[in-house]
Ligand binder design. Structure first.
Ligand code: S3P
Length: 174
């Protein structure tokens, strides 16, 4: 069965530290809907933080848990705002579920902006960035860009306040 457009979950994707959680919370508030941060939900269900999960169970385990949760949420919930971890959308099954049942927004920012404004804030809290050189992080940024940029609405965040970005999303689904 297909979920009618007006009832679909709104799904926010994009690179680490783009602001998916902040903007997702704002969108949820504006639309009087529930917000689910997928990473926070994984932490809650697994009873440990994402860095702990990576360290104790490994990335492959994390990706499996992440994929199963997103597919479940996409298929079985409606009218929610979901923010996905930055790597989730790289998984084919996640992309398929999101595109089939949700409305996907890519929160985009330029490499230069991200490197200067966002990287310093998150570098210690994201296991994926650990032990990587700046060149390697840059590579990851551009590799992922091509997966994010497929088939959906893009909100360009450079110079945009979170509030304005949220407003754009809300307006565009009316
Ligand atoms: C990851 C991004 C993180 C989190 C995990 C892996 C990634 O989420 O899911 O650390 O591979 O990009 P954020 O995008 O919220 O930082």
């Amino acid at each position: 069965t297909t979920i009618p457009l007006r009832e679909r979950n709104i799904i926010l994707i994009g690179f680490m530290g783009a602001g998916k959680t902040t903007i997702g919370q704002l969108v949820a508030k504006k639309l009087y809907r529930d917000f689910i941060d997928v990473d926070a939900e994984i932490e809650r269900r697994q009873g440990m933080s994402i860095p702990e999960l990576f360290a104790q169970k490994g990335e492959a385990y994390f990706r499996k848990v992440e994929r199963e949760l997103i597919v479940d949420l996409c298929t079985n919930t409606r009218l929610k705002i979901l923010s996905l971890g930055g790597g989730a959308y790289l998984q084919e099954e996640v992309r398929r579920a999101c595109l089939a049942h949700g409305i996907v927004f890519f929160l985009d920012l330029s490499w230069d902006y991200w490197k200067e404004e966002r990287l310093p804030l998150i570098v210690d809290s994201r296991p994926v960035l650990k032990n990587k050189t700046l060149e390697e992080v840059e590579q990851l940024f551009f590799q992922r860009q091509s997966a994010y940029a497929l088939h959906h609405s893009r909100v360009v965040l450079n110079e945009l306040e979170a509030e304005q970005a949220a407003e754009q999303i809300v307006e565009s689904i009316k």
